[in-house]
Write a protein that binds this ligand. Sequence first.
Ligand SMILES: [Zn+2]
Length: 371
Amino acid sequence: MTPGRGWRLPFRLLGIPISLDPTFGLVLPLFAWLIANQVGAFATILEPVGIVLDADVLTRGVTPYVLGLIAALGLFASVVVHELGHAMAARIYGVRTKMITLWFLGGVAQLEDMPRARGAEAVVAIVGPIVSGALSFAFAGVLRVFDLHGGAAFVIAYLALMNAGLAIFNLLPALPLDGGRVLRSLLAIPMDRERATVIAGNVSRAVAILLGVYGIFSFQLFLVIIAFFVFNAGRAEVYAERARQAFEGRSVADVMTVDPVTVDLDMPLAQFRQLRSFKPHPCYPVVDAAGVLAGLARIDDAEKADPDATLATILREADTARPGEDLQRAVQRLAGGDLGRLVVIDPKGRVIGILSRTDVVRVLRHENAAP
Ligand SMILES: [Zn+2]
């Protein structure tokens, strides 16, 4: 799953774009159906607290499915509000949110960076469950004040209960849930962040196992899927933290390959193809007569094109970096690009280096080999 590759809603909330992952398209009807099947049971649960739903009417014909769909949409809207809470808290620390994505396990607010101040991650994380808790109280309040009945009462009561559930579930001390982030951030106050992440990762795995076992014995498949996801995510967080440490304080110039082979814009493709025989690279920076970067050329593209043509005909736009750029930011762009390299240029646009995925892997290997 890659957040952000889905369908974008035609509006922004608090300036943040909202995107629906393809998996969301599956989960919305599934949730609507699951909720529809619970309408009757829900009515029985609510009776003792004085909320009377006419179960006979609500479970007739297509009514439960309509209610299920409305409740599911309300649930996902609640998740978006939860994520907006994280985004607003991050904004206090000057960190922007690229996008909020809904997918089959809920929502993700993609922050451009995690605020570095000690304890800041805990603040950003805790706001989500607080918002969900507040929503739960608000829905419960609406139910009491307006003395609702029938379908409206069902939807509002369902949202009150589910938001309470969201708040509690997200407080589980497991990465990448909010509770796990709070735990990691608090641990990182007395100790270094890598050690804090390793401990939080171990706690996450223990929580995931308990959750999975509970899910199996209570026949709740969804819990088992979440447990599996949490178990893997804990390990991914540890790797991500190690990478962050390896890149910390380094610039592109520290890691790039200097003086890379460049090719001229007017080189015939027949000649360019011959590079394949003695150089291992899949693509090369192309420069004009003044040595200024014109783009990138791939050997594979040259194989398919007319051999008498020049490189200018197969030119692709190059992603560039400056030597003084923060390595972590450059690596994020490298991961997002499809050619697997950034061309490092000086202020006049002349090529002075290449930052490839191989360069990055070399840094990580070196870092992990260190005691
Ligand atoms: Zn959250």
